[in-house]
Design a protein around this ligand. Structure first.
Ligand code: NAI
Ligand code: MG
Length: 341
């Protein structure tokens, strides 16, 4: 039996995870569930670490993690969030961040007028290197002579493996997004790895766009995209743009995967939303669509499709939380989804 470790986390994390657990229970998918509800900001404050070695070994014994969200305004940001998210990413080498974006109803799209433009693509973002690798520093800080350098780290190994993953998920095309015309060293490496990767996957069409043009085309021709592959920073930016086109972070799922080991960390794109936490209005769809990704990854295609369809059905019927223009609470939306399962 596959087992899932669940980290509800902070803010609206536990609220949306509760909904996902009820839906999983209703589907009776034969998964065993280990909830780490002690991993949160209070523990980080008390013990200086939210995720212990014992937690990591419980996680290792499972097939995947479902995480709600971590972060609280009264707890120092980078230390805590790094402690949980980066340790999971690094411990399990979750180098591929997979973020599908599908417009489930044209009512959610800012592009609905005048033409209907559907969107059904995935952003594959390199998750372990690039501009976010933390190498760099400041010289003569806080003076008019200050120099700040953040190194953009790109390795042949890291780039090749994310390109291969992108091809493995494509239905018809992979579009590489970079800025090889301006960022020369890394651009050259990505372009060369791209040529080799395309040769390894001859059955898939390829396209190349610079990041600026890609941002424009996501808005003007969203239906042309299938899989977009990009570095850590470009993938971060494009996935927020794509998520906004599909109705916002209330419906945006995400997975960080290691395709070799099969292990994955699944979490909604949104954070812990302290501004609405405890009010019972958090949109559970992002967490439900994330749960569908998780169980699809474990081979439960029928149950995953049932969750996707139940969410799409709720959206079509207008049974949604305020962020999507509705008036239902998290509980009422959960009930609607459970009823249509
Ligand atoms: P956020 O995603 O938590 O919230 C941004 C805005 O979207 C807020 O107005 C919020 O109310 C709204 N929102 C988010 N999720 C929603 C949902 N399910 N339903 C309805 N509205 C929703 O991002 P923010 O405010 O930048 O960060 C808050 C905390 O979350 C911080 O501590 C941050 O570090 C953490 N964070 C954690 C992430 C994670 O666990 N993966 C990811 C992003 C942020
Ligand atoms: Mg982001």
């Amino acid at each position: 039996m596959d087992s899932i470790t669940v980290i509800p986390g902070d803010g609206i994390g536990p609220e949306v995870v509760e909904c996902a657990l009820e839906v999983l229970d209703a589907l009776d998918a034969g998964l065993s569930i280990d909830v780490l509800d002690h991993v949160h900001a209070d523990r980080y404050r008390r013990e200086g670490q939210a995720l212990s070695e014992a937690d990591l070994s419980r996680i290792s014994a499972s097939s995947a993690v479902l995480l709600g969200a971590v972060g609280r305004p009264d707890v120092e940001e980078t230390g805590y969030v790094r402690d949980v998210l980066l340790r999971l990413r690094i411990s399990f080498d979750l180098y591929a961040n997979y973020r599908p974006v599908r417009l489930m109803h044209d009512r959610l799209s800012p592009l609905r007028d005048p033409a209907r433009r559907m969107l059904d693509c995935a952003i594959v973002r390199e998750n372990t290197e690039g501009l976010y690798s933390g190498i760099g520093g400041n010289l003569r800080a806080s003076s008019p002579q200050e120099v700040a350098i953040d190194a953009d780290v790109n390795t042949w190994h890291g780039v090749s493996r994310i390109l291969d993953f992108a091809f493995s998920t494509a239905r018809r095309e992979v579009c590489l997004v970079d800025k090889a015309n301006a960022v020369r060293a890394g651009g050259r490496l990505w372009q060369e790895c791209w040529r080799h990767a395309a040769e390894r996957h001859p059955g898939t069409a390829t396209r190349h766009l610079y990041i600026d043009a890609a941002a424009m085309k996501l808005v003007t021709e969203p239906d042309r995209f299938d899989v977009i592959v990009a570095s850590n920073s470009y993938g971060d930016i494009l996935s927020d743009l794509a998520a906004a086109l599909a109705g916002g972070i209330g419906v945006a799922p995400s997975a960080s995967l290691n395709p070799q080991t099969g292990f994955g960390l699944f979490e909604p794109v949104h954070g812990s939303a302290p501004d609405i936490a405890g009010k019972g209005v958090a949109n559970p769809f992002a967490c439900l669509l994330t749960t569908a990704l998780l169980i699809r990854h474990l081979g439960h295609e029928a149950e995953a499709a049932a969750i996707d369809a139940a969410v799409a059905g709720s959206i079509a019927a207008g049974r949604v939380t305020p962020d999507l223009g509705g008036s239902l609470s998290t509980r009422q939306v959960t009930q609607a989804v459970l009823a249509s399962l």
